[in-house]
Design a protein around this ligand. Sequence first.
Ligand code: SF4
Length: 431
Amino acid sequence: MPTQSPYLLFSDGKGNIFEDTSLYASGRSGWDALPVPTEDWIELPYGGSLYELPGRFGIGIDVKTGEMRLCKKGNAVAAFIPPAHTGLYLAAYETEKDAPTLPLFCYTAAGWLNDKFYVPALRIEEDVRQECSGYDSDKIKTGAGFLLEAYPNNRLAKHLMENCCMTYKCPAARNFALGRWECPVPSSPACNANCIGCISFQPQEETIPPAQDRLTFRPTPEEIVEFTVPHLQTAPFPIVSFGQGCEGEPLLMWETIRDSIIEMRKHTNRGSININTNGSKPDAVKALCEAGLNSIRVSTNSARKHFYEAYYRPNNYQFEDIIESLKTVSSHGGWASINYFVFPGMTDNVEEYECLRKLIRETGLNMIQWRNFNIDPDWYLGRIGATDTGEFLGIKQLMGLVREEFPKVKFGYFNPPMERMKGNYEADFAH
Ligand code: SF4
């Protein structure tokens, strides 16, 4: 924790960043700029990045008068904080009329003090599986080459190694190449939702690109089983995870996934089989649980039906279906998590909190993965019609209230391995 509030950052638009010592950095919650408590600032964790925001001027607090004012010396600056950390405040800035929509990253507040960058955030997950320092690119290259040689006719192994691992640098695909932890298994070229901030597909009329391209083929159970069984049998803390950023909705491929799970479990009972999903098809989830699915992670921007549906724009399903999917896994003894897109001012809104309590109670939820929402804040709030974001608690306070009322609900950032779900969850898993 710094001894005082860090100074505001601005950029010259050419990639150079400077501090303005006449202004303290502020934060944003909903539509409001506000001071950030000194104790909420931490050093920008290793692996974090800084972005200059074109057409935007940072809002700071005058060090002499305490007044809020704009920094017109250059563009506003925000931080992309690395996985396992949750941002507590967004970057505060004023957006010019013709400013471009920002790409699909998170924009956390950032400041500078005593030669260090600071962000208002906290580490929410001890698991180090996506720690930037843990990726050795030579070993990854060797591992990818080995898998491509081992599975020469496997389209999915080829996609995972050539696209996901070596091109997109996907943390899960790189862990698979290193023969450890969570192995990603994308399977669906199509989706039954139309998320405004979809990371694998953006309509032509939108000005921002998707983060990665969507899978273009439907893998067979044989292709899936060929590499997942050895991974489950040999990897430390193994997880096989359906539902990845480079595909649509995996539940649209439930029969293929069901048959794959049945075949995997014929060969091994080791590890966990998980699905990351929009939770749209509870009947399909039931069939997967009966086949041996161990855990589910349902993504959501909100526990409020109207904001969920305004963002997901679902085809032939509704908010109640995702609740049903979570309940289904709980009732089969599986582990149910939500992938909760954290947006300060919306996630910690008082009404949202009440809906979250209801969701936890109704579903028997095991875990909340507090994920930073990778989206342009103004664009998001505008598109879902959140003109007034209302009263908010503060992200830290929200977490405290949930922890107190639901002590069994785990907080984190990643899908836990079987050893954690069934064993001593708090045990040192920094592996
Ligand atoms: S559910 Fe996933 S794949 Fe489907 S539109 Fe939303 S982000 Fe995209």
